[in-house]
Ligand binder design. Structure first.
Ligand SMILES: [Zn+2]
Length: 381
């Protein structure tokens, strides 16, 4: 492929072989040790200085985040690229195969783990092409995180002050290569509890306060589902009571709310808690609520320099850039909140978190080319 007079040579068979090898190294969340050792060796073999941080100990996992710095050979903003090492389950004993149709799948008993080993394979191939083709590049940082799939725990324990990056790119969005994520929601997790009063259900129910019934009535009054085009909320789980013949003393409901707009999320959170608390109080029972923000929102403008560089890079390859919002968080949520303009890029992972997960060889190659183009254009920025 021609690129401003430079041929970008992604070695497709090397890239695919590397991806297959990575996919078959089991790395469920908190069990990333073998993959971390492999990656560390792969980076050191390439002459890079790699450090592993203390995230593993902090989250009681096998491995910490790996961080590597690649000195620049040209001027330009320092660029950070990131992918996560862990996968969801079932993710042990993965057999990855390329079909005659150019699609890579597992044998169906496990996930493929293209989420997020596509990103890892692409970054290693990018490094090799940069060196082989002697492509001038600004300083680059690679961050391989652990435990993304469990509340972004790895990146939450990464010390961002170690990074000198001015722009960041996370390779972890499900859309096709060319997709550039501008917005993703903040997520609040809720625990709503009703404390009623136990009584025998047959002998003296009138002396009890039925926590299950009170919770049900309160939940029925609360906002639910899609609130507007940016905002959703839901109750996902409810449990209460101890036996058929006992008026339940306690009922706990677990819910969430998301919005791409932080102030809408704050308003909705306030409304959910107020409605629940008021409805429970009317009955004489006691309400308790807990809220935890699992990750903050991302809201990047199209003219953000990291977005603009990605758009130019995608365009340069003849791919149409697609500026999108997504419904979930990623490591980019945490990096953005820490002050680094960080864009999540589509890598073409499909049916993720299922045993039908797949990725095409074409997508694997395209995301690698996009990262190379970002770096190449970064050097000219
Ligand atoms: Zn992922």
């Amino acid at each position: 492929m021609y690129f401003r007079g430079v041929i970008i040579i992604v070695n497709e068979s090397r890239l695919v072989d590397l991806f297959l090898e990575l996919a078959e190294i089991a790395s469920p969340s908190k069990q990333e040790g073998a993959l971390k050792d492999y990656l560390r060796a792969a980076l050191e073999k390439r002459g890079l200085r790699v450090t592993e941080d203390q995230a593993g100990a902090a989250i009681e996992g096998e491995a910490g985040n790996l961080f590597a710095e690649i000195p620049g050979t040209a001027a330009g903003p320092v660029l950070l690229f990131s992918a996560h090492m862990d996968t969801v389950q079932p993710g042990v004993g993965i057999k990855a195969r390329v079909g005659a149709d150019g699609i890579i799948r597992s044998e169906g008993e496990t996930v493929l783990g293209g989420d997020d080993k596509i990103g890892i394979a692409a970054l290693l191939e990018v490094y090799d092409v940069l060196k082989e083709e002697k492509i001038p590049h600004p300083p680059i940082e690679f961050l391989f995180t652990v435990c993304e799939e469990q509340g972004l725990l790895g990146v939450k324990n990464f010390d961002i002050s170690r990074s000198k990056a001015e722009m960041g790119y996370v390779l972890d969005a499900g859309d096709d290569p060319g997709a550039i994520v501008l917005g993703s929601p903040a997520l609040n997790a809720f625990e709503y509890t009703v404390y009623g009063k136990a009584a025998h259900a047959g002998i003296n129910p009138e002396t009890g306060l039925n926590a299950v019934k009170i919770a049900a009535a309160a939940i029925a009054k609360m906002p639910d589902g899609r609130i507007d085009h940016e905002t959703t909320c839901s109750i996902g789980l409810i449990h209460g009571g101890t036996a058929r013949n006992i008026v339940p003393e306690k009922c706990v409901a677990i819910g969430e709310a998301r919005s791409i707009n932080g102030s809408k999320l704050a308003d909705l959170t306030e409304r959910l808690i107020r409605t629940f608390t008021e409805e429970v109080k009317k009955t004489g029972a006691r309400a308790e609520t807990k809220v935890e923000q699992l990750y903050p929102e991302i809201s990047l403008e199209p003219d953000n320099p990291a977005v603009r560089l990605a758009v130019r890079a995608v365009n340069s390859l003849g791919i149409a850039p697609k500026l999108i919002n997504t419904g979930g968080g990623s490591d980019a949520s945490i990096l953005n909140a820490a002050g680094l303009s960080c864009v999540n890029l589509g890598v073409g992972m499909k049916d993720v978190h299922t045993c039908d997960e797949f990725v095409s060889v074409a997508s694997l190659k395209e995301i690698t080319e996009i990262v190379l183009a970002i770096i190449k254009m970064g050097a000219m920025a």
